[in-house]
Design a protein. Structure first.
Length: 272
């Protein structure tokens, strides 16, 4: 069966405006799958969609939706009710702040739980059922190394990413023998526009054109993702993440948290 036959005819990509999400959408289109692009910024989504249509033969649809808002999943389901969605990618959910838990109103953390936990769970529940009925399909959930242990300045973010990882693993346990591939991708530091903005704001890179030190490329991340769709439930992406996994496996939980605390302090810089 072709890739489009296995995972098409439509894929839904949440977080598709730039970075890894836009690249994943392009990879799907290049493999003959039509794509629904979801993010907050309509103008940016339209640019991504136009580029995909110019370069491939697939159809696109854009949905400008804030995934942190209540009702986001319901709106997505309604806007795609006429499509057969055979592939779901959820890569929204970066943390632009890297600040202490008490530095922001509780609503900031609640919105992150909504975007990173509730919405992907709701979308998986809706779209996985017909995938199981068809006996084919795929689900990719993007996680983060921040979910491997608790760390300062990413209290809610790390917790949501731990949820995403375990959720993907459990979903794989239930669905992989029913023809549905489920893969949780655990990313480390990745060269995305969001990371460049964060590190530039903290003075860690001099320009938004600079590559953050030690960051994996989006191209490499996408290549690993597509090369391992059937190798769930969990993939540590990149040599650095695989090395980190091995290191953490040798530590107690307390030691892992202390290591993350040291890393968070180093990321903040000596003046913070």
């Amino acid at each position: 069966m072709s890739f489009a036959g296995r995972y098409g005819p439509w894929a839904l990509v949440a977080g598709a405006s730039d970075g890894v999400g836009a690249a994943f959408a392009r990879g799907l289109a290049e493999r003959g799958v039509n794509v629904v692009l979801i993010a907050r910024r309509q103008a940016v989504l339209d640019e991504v969609a136009a580029k995909i249509r110019d370069d491939t033969a697939v159809s696109t649809r854009t949905l400008a939706i804030d995934l942190a808002e209540p009702g986001a999943a319901t709106a997505i389901v309604g806007a795609t009710s006429d499509l057969e969605v055979g592939f779901l990618v959820y890569c929204a959910g970066a943390d632009p702040n890297f600040e202490p838990f008490l530095a922001n109103p509780i609503e900031v953390a609640e919105a992150m739980v909504q975007r990173n936990c509730m919405v992907p769970m709701q979308l998986c529940h809706h779209f996985a059922a017909p995938m199981v009925e068809r006996g084919r399909g795929g689900i990719v959930l993007f996680g983060s190394g921040a979910g491997l242990a608790g760390g300062a300045n990413m209290v809610a973010y790390g917790a949501t990413k731990a949820f995403d990882m375990v959720f993907a693993e459990a979903l794989w346990a239930e669905l992989h023998d029913k023809g549905v591939d489920v893969l949780g991708l655990i990313l480390g530091k990745t060269d995305t526009p969001a990371l460049r903005r964060l590190e530039h704001s903290r003075g860690q890179i001099g320009s938004l054109d600079d590559v953050p030190p030690g960051a994996a490329t989006v191209t490499d991340v996408i290549a690993e993702a597509f090369g391992n769709l059937g190798n769930g439930p969990t993939l540590m992406v990149g040599d650095m993440m695989r090395a980190a996994e091995q290191l953490l496996a040798s530590l107690t939980r307390n030691q892992a948290v202390e290591l993350f605390a040291q890393a968070a302090a180093a990321a903040m810089g000596p003046d913070n």
